[in-house]
Design a protein around this ligand. Structure first.
Ligand code: RP5
Length: 155
């Protein structure tokens, strides 16, 4: 399994790095690129159109503001696209959230929480685990550790 992580700007890198960390922990291969839907629309079209042929199974797209990146990416592929709305200086990320979650019918974007790149990576793994039993076991083990950490927390 190979994931593509794209983001609209280098200013999104810090938020999106939580997705890199999850995929690194699970030993899943990924590409990462800055591609803007507004500033480099042809690059976005070419990159996403060729993703399936490069062995990509899923795309995670993070962007802020009028965040078209995930929706435009989804228009160029039938691979699942997970959108990560990124909070900017205005509106606390509500602008990006609505841009992603309110996709018109026919072109879905699975949108996670504002700045939710960790969950985007986990969702990508869960989708891939449908047909990958080893990955499914790793996810079960991750969940168990997460549960135990809460159960063993005393304050
Ligand atoms: C979006 O505009 C990017 O995804 C970023 O979140 C936001 C601001 O970009 P910069 O002006 O910092 O490059 O396209």
């Amino acid at each position: 399994m190979k994931v593509a992580i794209i983001m609209g700007s280098t200013s999104d890198l810090e938020v999106m790095s939580a997705a890199f960390a999850v995929l690194d922990d699970f030993g899943v291969e990924y590409e990462k690129r800055v591609i803007s839907a507004h500033r480099a629309p042809r690059l976005l079209a070419d990159y996403v159109s060729s993703a399936k042929d490069r062995g990509i199974s899923l795309i995670i797209a993070g962007a802020g503001g009028a965040a078209h990146l995930a929706g435009v990416a989804a228009a160029y592929t039938t691979l699942p696209v997970i959108g990560v709305p990124i909070s900017g200086k205005a509106f606390g990320g509500l602008d990006a959230l609505l841009s992603m979650v309110q996709m018109p019918s026919g072109i879905p974007v699975a949108t996670v929480a504002v700045n939710g790149s960790k969950n985007a990576a986990l969702l990508a793994l869960q989708i891939a685990a449908i047909s990958d039993s080893a990955l499914s076991e790793k996810l079960a083990s991750f969940r168990l550790k997460q549960t135990q950490a809460i159960e063993n927390t005393s304050i």
